[in-house]
Design a protein around this ligand. Structure first.
Ligand code: FES
Length: 147
């Protein structure tokens, strides 16, 4: 169920501003999906709507599009850093290279003025930036730091 545009539902969180997205090309945040798993999401500029959000993973292989330094983008397309397939930042569609014929997994955001709000009922905002790499292990496998 989509939140009403401009609404302030319980789970709606402002995840970026349009200005930020335009300046940084992609704004990365981490969200919990419907199963409680953490998933990285990128918010990218889209001329039609101001911003769009996609799961930060190429459809070809489990490759992050934004590796923490902003996604590579050209002419409104997100470029996969691994094999170079390009995805339309507005539609998520890819028509070239290894990922041809696929579409990125979308995350609903609503742009209201300068604010980009997460309005996807399948995702709950966790925190800004990357998902920490080491804390995804299940209970029982306590982490042992070694230097
Ligand atoms: S992993 Fe992205 S195109 Fe191959």
């Amino acid at each position: 169920m989509r939140a009403v545009r401009g609404g302030r539902g319980m789970s709606d969180t402002v995840v970026a501003t349009v200005e930020e997205v335009e300046e940084r090309r992609s704004v990365l945040f981490t969200a919990y999906d419907a199963r409680g798993n953490r998933e990285e999401v990128i918010v990218v500029p889209c001329e039609e709507t101001g911003a769009k959000a996609w799961v930060n993973r190429c459809t070809h292989e489990a490759q992050r599009l934004d590796r923490g330094m902003g996604a590579a983008m050209r002419d409104g397309e997100i470029i996969c850093p691994k094999h170079g397939s390009m995805f339309d930042a507005c539609s998520g569609d890819c028509d070239n290279g290894e990922a041809a014929g696929t579409t990125l997994v979308s995350v609903d955001v609503t742009v209201d003025g300068d604010e980009v709000t997460l309005t996807d009922s399948n995702y709950t905002f966790a925190h800004e930036g990357e998902k920490e790499s080491n804390d995804d292990v299940g209970p029982g496998s306590s982490s042992h730091l070694s230097f």
